[in-house]
Design a protein around this ligand. Structure first.
Ligand code: AMP
Length: 285
């Protein structure tokens, strides 16, 4: 496994693979890897000859009051995990190399960035779209692998790729969860033992919403209320949002019409730690 922080070296390795006609799968991450990230690496490896993983805590996607400085970082452990998975190349640039002085470009995927997390984190998705486009330009993969965990991010990247004609296929892999349903996240290590015990209520609440939608409830407000009732059992949890939206446009849905594909997405604070999760539901015919 090669590890580099230098764009030139990354490009040289990629050029050599491309000359040999080898397909490339790419997994962008912010490091502090867990099984969710590793599942993406396994997907990429299964479908491509070469797999590239980036480790980069992207400052552009954090707001001024967010946790950029304390975001967990453990590059040595990440490299060991990726070696075990037999990734071919790890790209871990410094902020200074990735965004040299004078860098000032931003990519805006306007509408899809406005709802859900985007309404609370106004700079977040422009930061995501910008870093992902720059990484795609460097790695030039055949496919990029993203987790459903960050569903809105997946839709934003998919839209950007389509709108700007980036030659890559965007693939989404399912959410990897702990045994009690909590979605794996690099931020879970911030939870106190008491918060960790309450955190699975988030997934339970979303599942309640899905069960109601799939059992034929006609009004999304009823599903939302039932989900919120479950969430209210989590002592100390503070709701950021829980919304029921169209799974493609991410616009709010009220009437659940047959065949509609629905996303139930939420962000909840457990103490200082903000966790996100989502489930997809289909309104039965
Ligand atoms: P991050 O390092 O948090 O930026 O995540 C990098 C990629 O891993 C993103 O595409 C995430 O959606 C994905 N990811 C994070 N957590 C999970 C999870 N629990 N299951 C599946 N994918 C995940």
């Amino acid at each position: 496994m090669r590890v580099t922080g230098k764009l030139r070296e990354l490009e040289r390795l990629v050029d050599a693979w491309k000359r040999r006609g080898e397909t490339i799968g790419f997994v962008p991450t912010m490091g502090s890897l867990h099984e969710g990230h590793l599942s993406l690496v396994r997907h990429a490896k299964k479908e491509n000859r070469k797999t590239v993983v980036s480790l980069f805590v992207n400052p552009l996607q954090f707001g001024p009051d967010e946790d950029y400085a304390r975001y967990p970082r453990d590059p040595a452990r990440d490299r060991a995990l990726l070696k075990k998975e037999k990734a071919d190349l790890v790209y871990a640039p410094s902020v200074k190399d990735f965004y040299p002085p004078g860098f000032q470009t931003a990519v805006a995927v306007k509408e899809l960035s406005r709802s859900l997390c985007g309404a609370r984190r106004p700079v977040h998705f422009a930061g995501v779209a910008t870093v992902v486009l720059k990484l795609l330009n460097a790695v030039r993969p055949d496919a990029v692998y993203l987790g459903q965990k960050d569903y809105q991010q997946f839709r934003v990247v998919e839209r950007m790729v389509r709108d700007l004609g980036v030659p890559v296929s965007v693939k989404m892999a399912p959410i990897v969860r702990e045994k009690d349903g909590l979605a794996m996240s690099s931020r879970n290590i911030f939870l106190s033992p008491a918060e960790r015990r309450q955190a699975p209520h988030l997934h339970r609440a979303l599942e309640k919403g899905r069960a109601l939608i799939e059992s034929g409830v006609k009004n999304a407000c009823d599903a939302r209320k039932a989900a919120l009732r479950i969430l209210s059992r989590a002592s100390g949890a503070r709701l950021d949002y829980l919304e029921i939206v169209d799974a493609v446009t991410l616009r709010p849905v009220v009437k659940l019409t047959e065949g509609a594909r629905i996303l139930i997405a939420a962000a909840v604070f457990f103490g200082k730690t903000r966790l996100i999760d989502n489930v997809l539901a289909e309104v039965k015919k």
